[in-house]
Write a protein that binds this ligand. Structure first.
Ligand code: PEP
Ligand code: MN
Length: 337
């Protein structure tokens, strides 16, 4: 259920409604907007609660949410949510580019990449320290040493850090170094991980599973939101279809559909979606035109030598070109870098 408070409702009234929800054995999830506060209420809600909460002077609208996902639903917020990653906004009118290598490899590699992507306009640095790989003999990342290198890159450049966390047990450790937790496509329905990431309170970039419908994806987001962590960013990274020419099939429609179904920001990851560097720029342009809130792009100083995902990684030069080429489109879309 959502409870929409009247514009300018005094904080005393808002607190009273919050307490009323709690006294009924339910959990209030307040969303504080510029004009008004909206409560998402999760739990077994009976008719008498619904009737009684309407009697509060400052309550404007009380509405049941028909979708199986509640807090992720567009019904709970008319405005698009903006998630702040160590002060960097993602969502709304902002267009945020996250860039960096697939894997953190060496100090020189991550620092040089951080400097290059920052210069080109990226606002967040990505890099994998714990890599989910299809085969057990591939490079699986530097682990905590990789996180330390990411923290060093932040110290050098000021760019906040995004990195994947693969297991619930690693959430606490990773959060000492990073600013946003990435949940990988393969882990989209790892419910224990979603809950732990939710509890951390950190922003979470939730990638779409290779097999996942929009509803399953939003229900995964709901796990994080239900831990009182409103900081969820969705990331479309391609799905598995019969086509094998590209690594995955980039579902560009996801951008529009998610904007219709949810208030959460949605970014795209054309690198993993297509798997070939040549198509990363055109699919980035398509993402801007579709209304995405940002991009996640893999960039490497020497893609031919990358420990993982070299085929889809952009050189510094090609990343710079991409950033320049999206600018006129961003203007059309009334978004700013
Ligand atoms: C990655 O971002 O490097 C990654 C492994 O992504 P995905 O989970 O989308 O495959
Ligand atoms: Mn990768």
């Amino acid at each position: 259920m959502i409870i929409v408070m009247k514009v300018g409702a005094p904080s005393k009234e808002i607190d009273a409604v919050s307490q009323f929800i709690r006294d009924a054995g339910l959990t209030p999830h307040p969303m504080i907007g510029v004009e008004r506060t909206v409560f998402g209420v999760i739990g077994d809600i009976d008719k008498s609660f619904e009737e009684r909460v309407q009697t509060f002077e400052s309550v404007d609208i009380v509405q049941r949410v028909s979708k199986p996902y509640k807090l992720a639903s567009r019904q709970v917020a008319t405005n698009d949510s903006v998630v702040y990653v160590d002060g960097v906004p993602v969502g709304g009118e902002h267009f945020t580019v996250i860039a960096g290598p697939c894997s953190v490899e060496t100090e020189e590699q991550i620092i040089s990449t951080a400097k290059a992507v920052k210069k080109s306009g990226a606002k967040l640095l990505r890099g994998g320290a714990y890599k989910p790989r299809t085969g057990p003999y591939a490079f699986h990342g530097l682990g905590e040493d990789g996180l330390k290198l990411l923290a060093l890159a932040k110290k050098e450049t000021g760019l906040p850090i995004v990195a994947e966390v693969k297991t619930p047990a690693l959430v606490e450790l990773a959060c000492q170094y990073i600013d946003a937790i990435q949940i990988g496509a393969r882990n989209m329905q790892n419910y224990d991980l979603l809950i732990e990431a939710g509890k951390s309170g950190k922003p979470v970039i939730l990638k779409r599973g290779l097999w996942a419908t929009y509803e399953e994806w939003l229900l995964a987001a709901e796990y994080i939101l239900s831990q009182n962590n409103p900081n969820v960013i969705l990331c479309e990274r391609g799905i598995r279809t019969f086509e094998t020419y590209t690594r995955n099939t980039f579902d560009i429609a996801a951008v529009s559909v998610i904007h219709e179904l949810s208030h959460l920001p949605i970014i795209t990851d054309p690198s993993h979606a297509v798997g070939k560097w040549k198509f990363v720029e055109p699919m980035s342009m398509a993402s801007v035109a579709a209304g995405a809130n940002g991009l996640m792009i893999e960039v490497h100083p020497n893609p031919d030598k990358a420990f993982s995902d070299g085929n889809q990684s952009l050189t510094f030069e090609n990343f710079d070109k991409l950033m320049n080429n999206i600018k006129p489109l961003l203007q059309v879309m009334k978004k700013s870098l």
